[in-house]
Design a binder for this molecule. Structure first.
Ligand SMILES: Nc1ncnc2c1ncn2[C@@H]1O[C@H](COP(=O)(O)OP(=O)(O)OP(=O)(O)O)[C@@H](O)[C@H]1O
Length: 667
């Protein structure tokens, strides 16, 4: 039995606290408090009260299986970032260290010391443009893509699909993350177990971030939810970037107790943390102090006090030691030169200290063992089977459908708006669609209204979508949850019902109110064409949204583009009179293809257009064929137009996907 306050404690929940509620008023049936922590040998979970850990859950599930032990070791690690002018900036400078199973390691240091940079390099999650030199190995294998399977990463700023509830979020994450062989029952149990263990069960139906006035999760609950999402796959290694930032002391204590519990279970936990209280600090096994990208100290907290004392930095009795260390290692405004000198001196002295030598030996031994093992025995044997592609697509579609349906009022108002516009437009044309000279112009006008309404507002309405979702997308891609094409396909599929219903309703109303051609063939194909037009417009909007990554820039490029499409649609200028150097644009104009196809549906085979009052200089058109000729349309182009619309639909989506892939890879 170990007795030091920095040794590994285990934890257990008292059954007497089962039904108590915490200060947040949450359902804290299994709230963890430091008093429940008991000390154990080598990470074996035992309870002070000889009761099972989270007894109700264990009764149901049996004790949770021990995670795979993970030893992470890094040597002479230097991280540079490429600046815009091509120069390299060094963020982490020649850092070495080790984190072992069952330990909770704190990366501490003043703001800008390089904690996040170091941790993301260790987790193999550095942003692109980062150059990493040195060695990082997990269980003897140089880190690589497998880190997404072996480790969890809790970001400083947690990102969620805000409209989902806790339960929905975890259920979807379970489907995207957990091994595909896990049974539905086991998955549900895991989600319930995590919600109970992390005191989220009472808030399971609460939205993460809410619509107007609805109860949403507190900061602590959001952090715990992020933690739960990482624990779904029970990773052996857990990275947490400032998990306590923004939390009050009691919530911070609860969260750190959970991290301590994970370490006691056998996980390796590495945390960056800002000036923890003495109580929190007692939960850590190891402390790594960073300053200006270098290691100022690495070892246990009592060792840190001795080390700083040996340099003449005596921590005043009234000071929290960690506050004092940070003060010594921070740049003092106004005397940066002297501070840098002092920091350099601390780091230099640590580099030649006994603690550093001991650490070096440990690291050296780890790499030595690694060198002596053959490649095969070192290779990580992944038994993990990711969910099938179709499973990921289905669950992502479900996630985006939930967002769309979350507030049915929005959908209801949208439909009402569409119907109102359709009715207004239709009423303007009521009784005008006759087989007369004026009627020809009115029919063409009504067709153009159908095309324009299904083009412009939908095309502009998607411009915000990708830039808004980009941060979460980027994070989930980095976590290996799915690929860019899977996300894109799912995003589009989720929208699809709306992309059929809206144009159908609009066209139906305008068509019948305006009294366009009354054959089922013409009506059916006009509806079909309006759906196609809207989908091409959405594909084009998606391309601009993905390619330019910001709504104002996308609009700046899209406005001239849509003007040129409109001018080459065949309604405003005769196609044959457009100058050659600009007329090629009509081949991209779905407005032209749809205008031609819809015109053919209205006029093909019409023979008896009356010409009662011929206008001077404007010859009468007496057949549908003449109407089509008037607009430079050809009756035999109908199927070519439909094919062209399909090709444009595919081309815009492919371009959008390439642009999105490029954008996500560049970040
Ligand atoms: N892409 C980048 N380009 C230029 N400088 C960068 C880049 N990324 C990080 N830095 C700089 O590197 C230093 C270390 O950043 P990092 O985020 O690792 O610090 P930190 O210790 O985690 O700080 P904090 O506690 O404030 O989060 C900071 O000075 C930061 O401004």
């Amino acid at each position: 039995m170990r007795s030091s306050q920095y040794d590994s404690p285990s934890l257990a929940s008292k059954s007497s606290s089962k039904n108590s509620s915490n200060a947040d008023g949450m359902d804290d049936a299994h709230e963890l408090v430091p008093a429940d922590i008991v000390y154990v040998n080598s990470g074996v979970v035992a309870s002070k009260y000889d009761e099972p850990l989270f007894d109700e859950v264990e009764e149901l599930l049996g004790a949770s299986s021990a995670p795979r032990p993970c030893t992470l070791v890094w040597r002479d690690l230097t991280v540079h970032v490429k600046l815009k002018d091509g120069k390299l900036k060094r963020l982490v400078n020649n850092v070495s260290g080790i984190a072992k199973p069952g330990s909770l390691v704190a990366l501490m240091g003043p703001s800008g010391a390089g904690k996040t940079t170091l941790m993301s390099a260790l987790a193999h999650r550095s942003p692109s443009g980062t150059i990493i030199d040195g060695e990082i190995a997990m269980n003897g294998v140089p880190v690589g893509e497998f880190m997404h399977l072996e480790s969890g990463y809790m970001h400083q700023d947690e990102l969620f699909v805000e409209n989902l509830t806790v339960m929905e979020h975890l259920t979807i994450m379970a489907r995207l993350r957990m091994d595909r062989r896990t049974s539905p029952l086991a998955r549900r149990r895991k989600v319930n177990q995590l919600m109970r263990q992390l005191s989220l069960y009472g808030a399971r139906h609460t939205r993460i971030g809410g619509l107007d006035g609805q109860k949403t999760l507190s900061g602590g609950e959001r952090k715990r939810l992020a933690f739960a999402s990482e624990l779904l796959i029970d990773p052996g290694l857990l990275f947490c970037d400032e998990p306590t930032t923004g939390l009050d002391s009691s919530s911070a204590q609860k969260l750190m107790t959970l991290l301590r519990a994970s370490a006691v279970q056998g996980k390796t936990v590495i945390c960056t943390i800002h000036q923890p209280s003495s109580e929190l600090m007692a939960l850590f096994d190891k402390l790594v102090l960073l300053a200006e990208g270098r290691v100022g100290f690495a070892g246990n907290a009592s060792g840190a006090l001795n080390f700083f004392e040996s340099l003449g930095y005596q921590c005043p009795i009234t000071y929290n030691p960690t506050d004092y260390f940070i003060k010594v290692l921070a740049l003092t405004p106004g005397s940066e030169g002297a501070s840098r000198q002092a920091i350099k001196s601390v780091c230099d002295r640590f580099a030649v200290s006994d603690a550093a030598k001991e650490l070096d030996m440990e690291i050296h031994l780890e790499f030595h063992l690694m060198d002596n093992e053959d490649e095969d025995s070192r290779r990580v044997k992944h038994n993990y089977k990711p969910p099938f592609l179709h499973t990921k697509i289905i669950w992502l579609v479900y996630r985006y459908l939930l967002i769309i349906l979350r507030d049915p009022r929005v959908q209801f108002v949208r439909i009402l708006q569409k119907l109102a516009i359709a009715l207004t437009a239709g009423l303007c044309f009521i009784g005008t669609a006759r087989l007369t000279q004026a009627g020809v112009q009115d029919v063409q006008g009504a067709l153009f209204i159908i095309i324009a309404e299904n083009t412009f507002s939908p095309m502009y309405s998607v411009l915000h979508m990708f830039p808004e979702e980009f941060p979460l997308l980027h994070r989930e891609l980095k976590a290996g949850l799915y690929s860019t094409p899977v996300y894109y396909v799912a995003r589009m599929l989720a929208q699809f019902p709306g992309l059929v219903v809206e144009p159908t309703l609009f066209t139906l109303v305008v068509y019948w109110v305006a009294g366009l051609r009354g054959t089922f063939y013409a009506f059916g194909f006009t509806i079909f064409l309006s759906i196609l037009v809207l989908n091409v417009a959405i594909a084009c909007g998606s391309f601009f949204s993905c390619a330019f990554g910001s709504m104002p820039i996308a609009i700046a490029y899209l406005v001239p583009f849509d003007y040129s499409l409109m001018m080459t649609s065949g309604l405003f200028v005769k196609l044959s009179s457009i100058p050659k150097y600009i007329s090629w644009i009509r081949h991209l104009s779905w407005l032209m293809y749809s205008n031609e196809a819809m015109s053919i549906l209205q006029w093909d085979g019409v023979e008896n257009i009356t010409c009662t009052v011929p206008q001077i200089g404007v010859p009468c058109v007496s057949t549908g064929e003449e109407v089509l000729q008037k607009y430079d349309f050809e009756a035999n182009q109908f199927w070519i137009d439909i094919l062209a619309l399909f090709l444009l639909y595919l081309a815009f989506h492919l371009l959008a996907l390439f642009a999105l892939r490029y954008r996500t890879r560049r970040k």
